[in-house]
Design a binder for this molecule. Sequence first.
Ligand code: NAD
Length: 360
Amino acid sequence: MNFNVAVIPGDGIGPEIVAEARKVLDKVGQKFGHNFNYTEVLLGGVSIDACGVPLSDEALETAKKSDAVLLGAVGGVVGVDKWYELPPHLRPEAGLLAIRKGLGLFANLRPAYLYNELKAACPLKESIAEAGFDMVVVRELTGGLYFGERKTEEVDGVLTATDTLTYNENEIRRIAIKAFEIAMKRNKNVISVDKANVLDSSRLWKKVVNEVAADYPEVTLTHMLVDNCAMQLVKDPAQFDVILTENMFGDILSDEASMITGSIGMLSSASLSEGKLGLYEPSHGAAPDIAGKDIANPIATILSAAMMLRYSFDLDKEADAVEAAVKKVLEDGIRTGDIMSEGCTQVGCSGMGDAICERI
Ligand code: NAD
């Protein structure tokens, strides 16, 4: 099959890690008989240098026309890079918000998986880490408290700030459907997280999620209060498969879930739209401190490309092959500097990409 991928190397280590993800996609293409056609798109600091804006209209159009978007990272260092002398809406990170909005990405997926070989990096007690975990947080990305009306005013002579948390049933339904579809590709278990003992928005959330669940009889649905979920993530992370939640709860819980894996260079993410188009990127940033040295860990980007195969292209077998190759590389003791441990072999960014390709 043929797939058109918009590729956004971006800034810092972006070009290095994206090059390795492309290498891996090409290997998948060779092995399974697919063609990935890449179109490079400028975003972030490099786009400011070339076009004066962090995301041009043409760049957004190219991304919209593609089957999926693969992104490295954008951004530099405040006080060092001249991009940060520009007003906020023209800085590199503004391009990220613009592309997410422009592509209508309302679902954010952040997997948290504990590799056997990296258990020592897990900050949880050994007895908990021993059981391992493999979950994905599905977070609503365009509604709720971060997008509601807000104001700060004086009420009876006292400064008073108000933020509003609004969800309508359609917004809840579309993210719930995504979560159940994802669960069908995983272990068929959804834990929906809310604060229904207090919030109206959560009570509507629960009602709509129950309605959606009726269409997925194979998936087990449980409801969990957000405060309990925050505790369960560090007490018994093995119980989670798909965590479905609204914007702010998801913001906090996805950071907590990624923290317990202990390795930033391993964390992939995806943001999905109503259809099949998605944007796939590592959870880490542009790491300007190590850019251009061939020492960045490309695994988060490679795993993001695997998510692209699974969720935008429905190539589950191919995604499994990439994930298995990453596991094999770790089992074989091959490490980049950030996850290096005694007795292992250290490789650079491109060496890691090669090692993963060899195992596909
Ligand atoms: P960062 O994630 O870039 O780096 C934090 C630390 O982790 C650094 O020490 C870095 O060297 C290390 N690190 C990150 N990714 C790594 C990898 N793949 N392999 C090995 N080590 C890795 O976060 P930061 O330093 O806060 O931000 C740097 C720049 O990136 C800023 O301009 C920020 O705005 C931007 N940023 C972009 C995104 C994005 O593009 N989505 C996300 C976060 C930050």
